[in-house]
Design a protein around this ligand. Structure first.
Ligand SMILES: Cc1cc2nc3c(=O)[nH]c(=O)nc-3n(C[C@H](O)[C@H](O)[C@H](O)COP(=O)(O)O)c2cc1C
Length: 175
């Protein structure tokens, strides 16, 4: 049985990662979507006023999968809220999962993200990986929020993360 990648991406970085992972796992992708049509930055409004977004119930044939790869950005040292809400809604199905993200790379946020995943899904991920935009930036821009928060992954950037992605794929035990 192949795994299913469940992805959420706001500005495209985690979608680029998902395309790479689809080749490595030779599997399909399901995209987490908001219920309301995004008119302007409604998801950012949700984020700033700390309102959980409304997320569509999954249109997934759950019987066809026994392992899920979750891919999403990190916001405020936690899983981006649309993915967090999705996990809460579908937790009964997510009995085996791993989590990977391309995030800015705040220091010491991994424990908070992992705790949040355990709370939302009811269990820990089998494998967990943070790919940090911070590691792509020239040293003068390290830990400068405006660079790492709005960095757009470019062609070739994923090569820098190749070892970490390979290690993550190995740890899932799905290839
Ligand atoms: C509102 C906002 C808050 C963010 N907070 C964090 C954070 O706490 N930690 C972190 O590592 N990255 C943070 N980031 C950076 C994103 O995780 C990063 O830009 C990611 O690559 C975006 O993924 P996407 O293009 O798939 O949406 C934040 C970005 C935004 C827009």
């Amino acid at each position: 049985m192949k795994p299913l990648i469940i992805s959420y991406s706001f500005t495209g970085n985690n979608e680029a990662l998902t395309q790479d992972l689809k080749k490595r796992f030779n599997c399909e992708e399901y995209r987490v979507t908001e219920l309301k049509k995004p008119i302007g930055p409604s998801i950012l409004l949700d984020f700033f006023i700390k309102r959980p977004p409304k997320v569509a119930r999954a249109d997934i044939n759950w019987q066809a999968y026994d392992y899920f790869i979750l891919v999403a950005p990190i916001w405020e040292s936690g899983v981006a809220s649309p993915m967090r809400v999705f996990i809460e809604q579908e937790r009964d199905h997510l009995t085996n999962y791993s989590f990977i993200t391309i995030c800015g790379g705040e220091e010491s946020q991994a424990e908070k993200i992992l705790n949040q995943l355990v709370t939302a899904a009811g269990r820990a991920p089998k494998a967990f990986c943070e790919l940090k935009v911070n590691d792509l930036l020239p040293s003068g821009h390290h830990q400068q929020a405006r660079f790492k928060t709005f960095y757009k992954i470019e062609h070739g950037d994923l090569k820098v993360f190749d070892d970490k992605i390979s290690q993550f794929v190995k740890e899932t035990g799905q290839v």
